[in-house]
Design a protein around this ligand. Structure first.
Ligand SMILES: CC(C)(COP(=O)(O)OP(=O)(O)OC[C@H]1O[C@@H](n2cnc3c(N)ncnc32)[C@H](O)[C@@H]1OP(=O)(O)O)[C@@H](O)C(=O)NCCC(=O)NCCS
Length: 147
């Protein structure tokens, strides 16, 4: 039997777990201390996805019921394309009327992911992401208005 995904509200006790998930999903490493600071910032909110006892994804946002931004979202690469990201995103979309984010222009799977949820590209931030060795990548600004 397939275990259901359960979401828990993100709290400071999740910092280590979330740092591990982030490290597995991204090239860039954010420490548990950095997550602790982000999670305790005013207007921070998010969710940890659990499959049984196993953490399989998370989303961290900043904002309120009018407007919010995704700071970061990831699912465990071992669980890619099993709907975990969608469950997290849909839960965030229930918390706010306008959700926006920045995504690297070369992150095709994330762009597909947001477009599938009807996010629109509303702008571009040139050279937003530092790729090292003097290389940069533009960011797309995407948003979704919840009617
Ligand atoms: C983007 C991410 C969060 C999606 O999580 P997920 O759990 O795989 O998402 P879902 O299973 O709900 O996938 C939904 C849709 O996303 C897109 N998608 C997900 N993985 C993809 C892949 N490897 N290639 C192309 N599209 C992909 C597809 O449109 C997919 O729908 P489909 O499988 O019906 O075609 C995940 O790939 C991830 O953690 N990536 C690394 C971190 C990252 O880039 N975060 C976003 C930063 S802005």
């Amino acid at each position: 039997m397939r275990e259901e995904i359960v979401l828990e509200a993100l709290c400071v006790a999740h910092s280590e777990v979330v740092a591990n998930l982030h490290q597995r999903a991204f090239d860039e490493n954010w420490s548990a201390k950095e997550f602790q600071n982000l999670i305790t910032m005013p207007a921070s909110f998010g969710f940890l996805a659990l499959k049984g006892a196993l953490p399989v994804g998370f989303v961290l946002c900043q904002g309120d019921d009018v407007e919010a931004e995704i700071i970061t979202i990831a699912s465990d690469p071992a669980c890619e394309r099993r709907g975990i990201g969608t469950i997290l995103l849909q839960c965030v979309l229930k918390q706010t009327q306008r959700l926006f984010l920045e995504v690297a222009e070369d992150n095709i799977k994330a762009i597909n992911f947001y477009e599938k949820q009807d996010f629109q590209t509303i702008g571009k931030r040139p050279r937003y992401y530092n790729r090292g060795s003097g290389n940069h990548c533009d960011a797309l600004v995407m948003q979704k208005e919840v009617s």
